[in-house]
Structure formats: C-alpha cells, structure tokens
Design a protein around this ligand. Structure first.
Ligand code: NI
Ligand code: MN
Length: 226
C-alpha cells in the first residue's frame, strides 16, 4: 500500500481505492509548506487525539471532501457541533467495519484536550486491517505493554510510530514498540517539527537496526510503499 508522509504525524494511506488521512497538521507546519492542503483528497479522516498538532486542518478537509471522520466519541461529537455529519465514533478496544476494512481504536498513554479547552476524551491509536495488509498508527504515546496485545491479535505489515521524544516516546522506545507489535518496518512520525522533538536521524536509524527493524524517515510529501 502507498503511504504519503505529509509532515509531523500526518499520513495519507491508500488502501485499495480508499484514501485514509491521519492527523492532518499541514497549514501551521512550516516543514509542510510544499503540501497543498486543498489538493488533498480523502475518503476517511482518522484523528488519534484532540491536540492541535493532529487536527489543525481536519475541519476544512472534512467539509471540502465530505470524508468520514473516525475518532473517539468526544472528538466526533465536537466536530458534529461544527457541522461535520459523516462520522463514526469509537472508543478503546472497540472496532468497526468500513468499506476498506476494519479499524480498532487502541490505547495510547498521552493527553487529549481540544484546542478550545473542550474535553477530548482519551487519546488513542488505530489498528487498521485491510485487504492490502494491516497496520498500526500509534498516535502520541509512551511505550506500553499494551502494544504486545496488538502484536498478539493482528498480523501487521508496518506501523507508524512516534519517535521524537519529549512529548511522546523517543526512538529507542519506539524500536522496542516495533518488537511489541511485531513489525519489521516502521514509518517514523512526530519528530523534527519543533525544537524539543528534533532527532538525530542516523542515531535513530541505528537504534532500530540494532532491534532488527527498518526505520523509514520519509521526506515531507514523499510516498513510500509498505
Ligand atoms: Ni499530542
Ligand atoms: Mn502531538
């Protein structure tokens, strides 16, 4: 499947004919200047939690494309008040079937307040099962033992894991997370956007290599085949 990195934790995944957009944060991100947010087409928008650096462009994209929002109950309700009608709420441990496959909302250790101070529910990640392969998007999280349950439950082809440290796990813990969920290829996200999460790319790749896992650090706008 094709995965286009849009900077920070924003990903566009093409699963069959469906385009799944995760955590769009493009217009406020100087590193994503080259991305034309109005050219992004999506059938589904998946939001891991309520922080601005994960949903900045979600409302505009949802309204322009008519895509279906998938997120936790509180975030779906918040967008409902803004007039986003196509939406499917989940909560931890629960999954649902969509036309591209199945999405399960899984635990993340983080926080999730919405930009206007509203309660954003609890943060999560997504396990996505499709005919083209299965993958895990961690969202912002610490390394947790719960990740082992994901590895036991689903045969994953790849994962998008936060690697930037400071606000989430860093690359050493992310390399361990790759082992917990059982993948040998990882797309690194949530790094370099702000000074506290800048990372040494060579050291990050080396930490993953030591764990027997390939770390892909894609350029913004780059499409990678997983
Ligand atoms: Ni966050
Ligand atoms: Mn974040």
């Amino acid at each position: 499947m094709k995965v286009t990195y849009l900077g920070h934790s924003s990903l566009l995944v093409e699963a069959g004919a469906m385009r799944l957009l995760f955590d769009p944060f493009i217009t406020p991100n100087p590193r994503a200047e080259a991305i034309d947010v109005n050219a992004i087409e999506a059938d589904y928008v998946l939001l891991t939690h309520g922080h601005e650096d994960h949903l900045a462009d979600a409302e505009d994209i949802l309204k322009r494309t008519g895509a279906t929002l998938i997120s936790n109950f509180e975030i779906v309700s918040w967008y409902g008040e803004k007039g986003v009608g196509n939406a499917h709420p989940l909560n931890h441990g629960g999954g649902a079937d969509f036309d591209f496959g199945r999405v399960t909302f899984v635990a993340a250790v983080h926080s999730s307040g919405l930009p206007d101070g509203s309660y954003g529910g609890n943060p999560g990640g997504f396990v996505v099962e499709t005919g083209e392969g299965n993958f895990y998007v961690s969202g912002d999280t610490a390394l947790t033992c719960d990740m082992k349950l994901i590895g036991e439950s689903v045969d994953l082809r790849w994962a998008a894991l936060c690697v930037g440290d400071n606000f989430t796990m860093g690359y050493r813990d992310a390399a361990r997370a790759a082992g917990f969920v059982g993948v040998d290829r990882v797309l690194g996200v949530h790094y370099d956007t702000f000074p506290p999460i800048e990372i040494d790319h060579a050291a990050a790749r080396a930490a993953f290599t030591e764990a027997g896992v390939e770390l892909v650090l894609a350029g913004v706008g780059e499409t990678v085949e997983f």
